[in-house]
Design a protein around this ligand. Sequence first.
Ligand code: GDD
Ligand code: MN
Length: 370
Amino acid sequence: MTAPTDLSLPAHLAVVIPVFREAANVAPLVARLHAALAGIAWEAVFVDDDSPDGTAAAVRAIAATDPRIRCIRRIGRRGLASACIEGMLSVSAPFVAVMDGDLQHDEAILPAMLAAVERGADIAIGSRHVEGGAAQGGFSAARGALSDAGTRLAQALLPAPVADPMSGFFLLRRDLVEQVAPRLTGRGFKILLDILLTAPRGLQVAEIPYAFRAREHGASKLDATVLLEFAGLLLDKATGGVVPLRFLAFAAVGGFGVLVHMAALAVLVGLGGLGFAAAQWGATLVAMTANFVLNNRITYRDARLRGAALWRGLVLFYLVCGVGAAANVGIAGLLVRDGVLAWGLAGAAGALITVVWNYAVSATLIWRAR
Ligand code: GDD
Ligand code: MN
């Protein structure tokens, strides 16, 4: 049994814990950290995205009597990876760990992870896929298969072999965090992979086995959009980040909107009674609405609008796209009239200008970062 550490000492290890709807898990996790980290000067920073279940209040209730515990409450933001980054950048301890707040990660290996990095490893990973580790407990069969597929994909991009690059449980020196932070993608769930793909080559990685536990309270937040964000992260890192991910998502949504437009137009023309112009207007409205909803859920998931802001955003989006469409027609018309381009190229140039305009203006006016 080690002696309790002096609370007047600055933290040697900061544990960053992203949480969303984890109110029931906070107190048990803090109790487990106290048991696992006895003898180490540690602190824990919970990063909550304004969970409706009172997660932040649960952390504050403990922080009122436990100086090791802190809470960052983010409003109007969502995202596991970005929460981890914000938490890691908020601490001053020389060593930083990241672990889930749902008790699925085994806190008992934190001292071994710390020792590995103190001995010279750049990063220690809590690993399900090395000798002694186990993944079965934590996931359903389907989720396990998905995780394995993601792991293989990730491993293809990694410069050196890592058995569990999909882990959300790791520990590293704070100066490495600060070095890579400006270049992290910061989207989606895979913050460790983001760090591994961003850090300079030749990282010394230590994998410490642990058994991934089943979740007892609350539910996983992984959904289809998180999978899209994973694909986006790999694409971003594989291409060296040449094209902004958000622009790609916005353009893909726009491309899908063309299909929606044609389908709606077919239905409206098929109904009969409406003239072509009226049907075209109707289809435009349907496509713009579909694009708005998809951009709000996918492209700008981390800044998703709700309630009154959602309706305000929709009206603004109609206006922005309306101006974009007018510019498209006007510019393409001029290019053709002046004989600068043939109609095909002129049309494409007009469309490109519209996408860039819609993207730039809606990013600053509608989903502006808060
Ligand atoms: N602040 C914040 N914002 N926290 C979030 C968000 C978010 O948008 N989404 C999820 N979290 C928190 C959860 O509350 C939990 O503490 C942790 O992040 C992991 O989320 P889960 O929803 O439990 O994910 P999972 O169990 O499907 O997958 C996790 O475990 C894998 C295995 O280690 C993730 O951490 C993966 O990254 C990890 O690889
Ligand atoms: Mn989990």
